[in-house]
Unconditional design. Sequence first.
Length: 231
Amino acid sequence: MPDRREGSPFAALLRHAPPAYSAEDLTDDAVAVLDALGWERAHLFGHSMGGLVAQRIAIRHPQRVHTLTTSAAVPSDAKGLTVLRYLRLASVARFARLRHPDTPQGNLALATAVARILAAPGQSIDEGDVREFVDREAAHQVAAFRDQKAQSRQIGAKWHGGPLADITAPTLVLHGQQDPLLRVSAAHAIAAAIPGARLRTLPDVGHFLSQDTWPTYADELRALVPSNSER
């Protein structure tokens, strides 16, 4: 990608300069993975920005989607300043104040700090909750949680596709009731816009999905996916 100044990821929502790539490119990349695997269709699950991309895949490539589960995401057709109505700006400000050295231990400390901001109030988070993720990224010489240029490109990728009302796949909308980054109103907006969507808000769950939340999410996904469905 061009080595240009990107600024704050959230400033990308307001930027009028041409983006590095479009939101359509992100959806097409995901479908290219299905092609490479030889999968005609898949059950999509996306969390946070992944939920945003999953919504748009279901709009742009409906024939490739069995079911859609979008978790802790904003509505895919919210644009520019309208996204801010769903953000808790106090958490955004806490991200801006994080400072950790660009070293392996600094990366682990930064990832832990990010997870603590995203966790539900009172949830205990330590290095063990993020170590596997940090080590996996380090093996590929990546530290996504400190790459503001990549985050700005992703947040700034413009969507020119259709609205959520175009989604035809069976849809589940999940959101933690204690999400410190995104308001639960985002999930209500998504569920209201997608025909037949089911909304499930989860008590004591934040934006960071620690391992103790995984069984609950797995149960919700199993309930959505028909037992006899094919890949």
